[in-house]
Design a protein around this ligand. Sequence first.
Ligand SMILES: CC(=O)N[C@H]1[C@@H](OP(=O)(O)OP(=O)(O)OC[C@H]2O[C@@H](n3ccc(=O)[nH]c3=O)[C@H](O)[C@@H]2O)O[C@H](CO)[C@@H](O)[C@@H]1O
Length: 366
Amino acid sequence: MRIIVSGGGTGGHIYPAMALIKRLKERDMIDDVLYVGTEKGLESKIVKNAGINFKTIEIQGFRRKLSLENLKTVQLFLSSIHKSRKIIKEFKPDIVVGTGGYVSSAIVYAAHTMHIPTVIHEQNTIAGVTNKFLGKFVDKIAIAFTEAVDQFNEKKKIVFTGNPRAQEVVGIQKNDRLTEFGLEPNKDTVMIFGGSRGAKPINQAVIDTMSKFVESDYQVLFVTGRVHYDGVIKLIDDKYLKSANVSVLPYIDNMPEILPDIKLIVGRSGATSIAEITALGIPAIFIPSPYVTHNHQTKNALSVAKVDAAVVIPEKDLNSDSLFKEINQIMSNTKLQQEMSVNSKKIGVPDATDRLIKVLVDLVNK
Ligand SMILES: CC(=O)N[C@H]1[C@@H](OP(=O)(O)OP(=O)(O)OC[C@H]2O[C@@H](n3ccc(=O)[nH]c3=O)[C@H](O)[C@@H]2O)O[C@H](CO)[C@@H](O)[C@@H]1O
């Protein structure tokens, strides 16, 4: 099949798209693939690094308040549809898939106007603006949380597939990649990170807890987010940075390979992170971002917490004491870890990509 995939802005939209492409390649189902993104988005780096054919369009998101900037947004949207049509004419895809982020709106919409089958993938419990708009036009809407059904009027188009990143991570065996970060491969490890871009409030709470982490009987892998790294390092005492019990990194490129060796994840409740965590059954502590559309991370987190697979700390209650207390409560109780793990796996979807591929194949063969 010839496929165009588009999704961008943050890792949460990009990694599911990349996992889909990877699986299609594994199953030898791709004749050609093109990824459409923006030059500025995280996708430009991730997709190019993976050696996938990448084309850019210039487009930006709407501001919520009325502003002149929105006029420019409309202009860019119209010109990006024009460019998208050109890309589609040249590439001649059998299907176009959007995984969210405003970059996917133009190419998916253009494909619809050219009668090419289209699918969107919504990772969250609450749909993003782009997918809500595209839902009216596309052939199928793939969702990863049953809660997302309410988000679309076009109920007949909805298929529950789960998130492709779930299937990508379950295929990976335990390994000793933690040694690359100066950590012990066989020691219990807590990983703390604030989504694909890092989160300042989480970073601050971790910085404030460093003196305790260096003494704890589990080790800590702290991923700050690329833009925050230099600032964070300056705030941590050198003697803590040298500790064998703690490793501080800006970003982990090969996250799926690290996950099977993690006992507890602490971080934001982005939908793609949740898909990975529940596919593997890793106990989690979520600190939902209160800054996202319709507070969707809180709803994401509660969907895991309600089956006793995660604990939620609202950001307003996050500080060194609450963080350390919740981490210790789980890390000191193997039985609790096992229960959380079993509960977590129950809501994971380890065959998500194959489910999504079936949706694509059915449309292409129609
Ligand atoms: C602030 C914001 O708007 N966040 C949204 C964004 O989150 P964000 O981009 O943070 O997405 P997620 O937390 O869902 O996923 C993060 C992805 O990045 C990967 N990763 C992360 C850190 C790292 O060092 N290396 C790495 O590879 C994770 O393994 C995961 O695959 O998209 C998600 C999915 O639509 C939404 O639910 C989030 O609300």
